[in-house]
Design a binder for this molecule. Structure first.
Ligand code: GCV
Length: 680
């Protein structure tokens, strides 16, 4: 009898569970983080919307009065930001009666930089070809409108449409007319249009003999060109310039300075209220330390830039590595406007294949204290504008991976308010992006889905650091910047991993102390001494600043070698855990999104194993040391990885086989490598 009772209860429980099983809502990622909220027009229609000239232009105020919800703002753009903020608050359950929120953006200029080429390829783009479709007869209006909504929803207000490695044709009449059509659409979303220019444009477009910024003919050419652009786009934002950098020409070719060049362009756009963003990404192959060069070139020019020129500085001193200290230039320039350049596209963090939430990386940089004006001068307070290299393309979901969308979102939110925490932003993004399954309570959705996904996001960047280049190692990349090539010592030295890791039989790491390149002294005290001293240098940057013997003991009691091996192993464990977590989330996610991430996480794990096998295996050849006992053995012997790289498709995307493993091949043209340093 008791047995029957028990079975009946069991059957009832199973039936109850089946009836209450959550049913994922179909979605494909193409709505990005606008998926969960009410449509914008509906939110707008539900409020009393007013322009209040007393508010700053981009500010908004959401409040309840007279039994009605109000959104007041200083301008149409501010109104849009306010309505989107309300939409977000509704999704987050923060829009209850009595809501009273007033905000304005921290920076006036909040831009995306698109590295899109006129042939529709995208430099470091991993989401298909250019979203602007330069080669099509018509502009892709629907996509541009969707982009406008997405940017406006997080408060981005500028877009540089083309690659900093610019094609001069962007400034011919045909392209200006096309850009004007795009600008007409973007304007509706409060977004100004900017262009990257090529320094030699007067020569290639009009046959001038020189690009000398002090040559009156050159100056006139740029003024005329500015007049032509502003006639077509009256609110054109201005120019972004990569000059005297990575083979691009610039004013130094004529014996002039960056300030001479920037100010000449600044003068051309000043009458129209335009600006010039002049990049500080400069380095020469003969310098003993690439990390020193931005300060060396730009500090002497401090105070010499015109008012409408902003120097655009990458977050780190080298190049968007998974972990770098902040660029010391942020702490040095006092009389020059500065903006930070973040990279939303994951050039060095697994393209659109790896789950790497970058909010935590940017937070780390923006919150770093530069001590420029004494303590509490974090990077975010030294700058007056912010730019992010976009991760957008023609892929229907814009970014090539639902989790890559989180980085566009996070960049926009930090541009609006750099003091927001990466965790809060990730939490917002999850709620807005993933639809709660039918038949699931808010509470259950929170604990069973949101919290585990948040946990993955918050750990993801550190996992990439661990399996790619831990303990301060950097730039261990080969070829397309997807996979490892620590063995690479050929060609321009500062483009090879060996320049950065400096591994030999005695030790590893770049000596940037006072005994080495003295990069530490580009930082203000107390940072300079902190970084210089082995006892105080943060261990997650120790091989960035120090060259250490393999058997040097870190605070954990482990040697440098053991610590390196352990981090690689940990990175793979972390990705394995992400996979397990994601597998358990299948009941709550639309199949299309679940399958996409499931496949990509498997790719990420295999790529992580490749990274570990290549780096640990290679360094082991150099130091002759055994693996520590507490890490797993390598999967693939170094002999079958060394001097090889992943096979890539036409757009530079890595190819993986049917088991989601990278297809590792010998490069088609390989010069013989000089022998590595002998093992001891
Ligand atoms: C647009 C790195 C990238 C280049 C990029 C450059 C830059 O070197 O690999 O693709 O060029 O930075 O920021 O100018």
């Amino acid at each position: 009898m008791r047995k029957y009772l028990f079975l009946t209860v069991l059957a009832g429980a199973a039936l109850f569970a089946a009836c209450n099983r959550p049913v994922p809502v179909a979605q494909d990622g193409t709505d990005l983080w606008l998926a969960a909220g009410r449509p914008y027009s509906e939110v707008l229609a539900s409020v009393q919307a007013d322009i209040d000239p007393a508010l700053p232009a981009e500010a908004f105020h959401i409040y309840d009065a007279d039994g009605q919800r109000h959104v007041a703002a200083g301008s149409e753009a501010g109104l849009r930001y306010g309505v989107y903020a309300l939409q977000r608050a509704e999704v987050l359950g923060q829009a209850g009666p009595g809501m009273d929120v007033q905000e304005q953006p921290y920076y006036d200029l909040r831009l995306l930089n698109h590295w899109d080429n006129l042939d529709d390829t995208v430099e470091r783009g991993y989401a298909g070809e250019s979203m602007w479709e330069w080669t099509s007869p018509a502009i892709p209006e629907a996509r541009i409108r969707h982009y406008g909504e997405l940017c406006a929803s997080v408060g981005l207000n500028g877009a540089v449409l083309n690659n900093v490695n610019s094609n001069p044709l962007i400034l011919d009449a045909e392209h200006i007319a096309r850009v004007a059509k795009i600008a007409d659409i973007l304007r509706e979303y409060g977004i100004k249009t900017y262009l990257s220019i090529k320094w030699t444009s007067p020569i290639s477009l009009s046959g001038l003999k020189s690009g000398d910024p002090l040559d009156p003919k050159v100056r006139k050419w740029w003024k005329d060109k500015a007049a032509e652009i502003y006639a077509a786009i009256p609110d054109f934002g201005g120019f972004l310039v990569k000059a005297n950098s990575e083979g691009q020409a610039g004013p130094q070719d004529y014996g002039r300075t960056h300030a001479d060049g920037a100010n000449m362009l600044g003068e051309a756009v000043a009458p129209y209220g335009g600006i010039v963003m002049w990049r500080a990404f400069v380095y020469s192959p003969t310098s003993p330390d690439r990390a020193n060069q931005a300060v060396e070139e730009f500090l002497p020019l401090d105070g010499k830039f015109a008012d409408n020129v902003i120097v655009q500085i990458k977050n780190g001193p080298v190049d968007f590595q998974p972990r770098e200290p902040f660029s010391p230039l942020f702490g040095k320039l006092k009389d020059t406007k500065m903006m930070i350049e973040c990279q939303v596209t994951q050039e060095y963090l697994g393209f659109s294949n790896h789950l790497a939430y970058l909010g935590t990386m940017w937070e780390e940089c923006l919150q770093s204290d530069t001590y420029r004006d004494g303590p509490d001068t974090p990077v975010y307070k030294t700058i007056s504008a912010i730019a992010g290299v976009a991760n957008t393309g023609q892929d229907p979901n814009f970014c090539g991976y639902v989790f890559a969308q989180a980085n566009w979102y996070a960049f926009g939110r930090l541009a609006w308010n750099p003091a927001l925490s990466a965790e809060q932003i990730a939490d917002e993004w999850i709620h807005q992006t993933f639809l709660k399954p039918d038949g699931m309570t808010d509470k259950a959705f929170e604990s069973k889905f949101v919290e585990p996904v948040l946990d993955i996001l918050m750990k993801s960047r550190e996992a990439v650091v661990n399996y790619e280049m831990p303990v301060g190692l950097h730039h261990l990349f080969g070829g397309t910047h997807y996979g490892p090539a620590p063995w690479d010592r050929l060609g321009r030295p500062d483009w090879t991993p060996a320049y950065y890791h400096k591994a030999d039989s005695a030790g590893i790491g770049f000596d940037r102390t006072r005994e080495g390149s003295d990069n530490v002294d580009q930082y203000n005290e107390p940072l300079a001494s902190t970084f210089n001293d082995l006892a105080t240098c943060p261990e997650n940057l120790i091989l960035w600043f120090h060259h250490l013997p393999w058997d040097y003991r870190l605070s954990s009691g482990r040697t440098v070698w053991e610590e390196i091996c352990l981090h690689y192993d940990t990175g793979i464990h972390q990705v394995e855990q992400f996979r397990r977590t994601w597998a358990g989330l299948k009941p709550y996610v639309a199949p299309a999104l679940w399958e996409e991430a499931n496949k990509k996480l498997e790719i990420q794990q295999h790529d992580g194993e490749w990274w570990r096998d290549a780096n640990v295996g290679y360094f082991q050849q150099i130091n002759g040391l055994p693996l520590p006992t507490d890490v797993r053995p390598l999967d693939t012997p170094i002999d079958s990885l060394i001097y090889r790289q992943v096979q890539s498709d036409r757009l530079g995307m890595p190819i993986h086989d049917e088991n989601n493993r990278p297809v590792i091949v010998a490069p088609r043209f390989r010069r013989p490598m000089p022998p590595a340093a002998p093992a001891r």
